[in-house]
Design a protein around this ligand. Structure first.
Ligand SMILES: Nc1ncnc2c1ncn2[C@@H]1O[C@H](COP(=O)(O)OP(=O)(O)OP(=O)(O)O)[C@@H](O)[C@H]1O
Ligand SMILES: [Mg+2]
Length: 255
């Protein structure tokens, strides 16, 4: 069964403008799917709608997580069900440190899984896991005690998004341009972190502009996304083709 399934998904902005115009997509465990498309085609809108952002309205279609209809569910419920979104533009939360943010997020998920009963992760266990993941993802200890994303460099924000993913161990990870803004070494580390988690327990949906990250996380499927729709699907070779010829082939149909 697919971990994430989108059925004829339509998403509109608050003013009613339709951005996502009927997307069908199924991501199973052990699979990496890549979505590639031009600026403004609606990729982040799709990601936000999947994550349950209240500003993006699902006007038609369905979102299923592990076979369960989550179209009407709130963002927290989707996260508890194992969905994780790494933001293209992560927000700062002044006053909340990376460490306390992570601990709250983990505890919220644990509570939901324990049927609403508080089941906080023991602090020594949490710290051990946190330090191990930070070591692996080359996130400095100094960063963990700072306020989340407050004054972080572009690359630091992206690494901390992946640190969150590594700590939360989602079943389905949606990564919105996690590669952009990363230097070459960071790209390898971040991609390695994602690759390690993809397996029987997790599938991933990677939104990207560049085939480069796909050298490190090989996609099973590439979906070309233009003007709110998937216009072509294929294997990893399609990403190489896009790098060569761009999106003109599909975009000119609009004129
Ligand atoms: N909250 C919003 N208010 C107004 N317009 C919005 C909002 N969110 C998205 N849009 C518009 O919807 C369209 C799709 O935006 P979106 O961010 O989903 O594109 P994208 O494919 O992720 O682009 P990029 O590759 O540049 O990240 C754009 O025209 C954008 O301006
Ligand atoms: Mg975007």
């Amino acid at each position: 069964m697919a971990l994430l399934e989108l059925r004829n998904l339509h998403v509109a902005l608050e003013d009613g403008t339709e951005i996502v115009k009927g997307v069908d997509l199924a991501v199973a465990s052990n699979e990496v799917h890549a979505i590639m498309g031009p600026n403004g085609s609606g990729k982040s809108t799709l990601a936000y709608a999947v994550a349950g952002h209240p500003a993006y309205e699902i006007t038609e279609g369905q979102i299923l997580l592990d076979g369960e209809d989550m179209t009407e569910a709130g963002a927290d419920e989707r996260a508890q069900k194992g969905l994780f979104l790494a933001f293209q533009y992560p927000h700062a939360i002044p006053g909340v440190t990376v460490t306390s943010f992570l601990r709250s997020a983990i505890n919220a998920i644990r509570k939901a899984r324990a049927g609403g009963v508080e089941d906080p992760v023991p602090v020594p266990e949490f710290r051990k896991e946190l330090f191990a993941q930070m070591e692996r993802l080359k996130v400095s200890r100094e960063l963990a005690s700072r306020y989340l994303n407050d004054g972080f460099s572009g690359g630091e924000k992206k690494r901390v998004e992946i640190l969150q993913m590594a700590m939360l161990k989602p079943r389905i990870a949606v990564l919105d341009e996690t590669d952009s803004g990363l230097d070459i070494d960071a790209l390898k580390i971040v991609a390695g972190g994602v690759k390690e988690l993809v397996g029987p327990e997790m599938g991933a949906l990677v939104i990207t502009h560049y085939q480069r990250i796909l050298n490190y996380i090989k996609p099973d499927f590439v979906h070309v996304f233009v003007d709110g729709e998937i216009v072509e699907e294929g294997g990893p070779e399609l990403a190489h083709e896009l790098e060569r010829s761009g999106y003109a082939k599909w975009e000119k149909e609009k004129v």
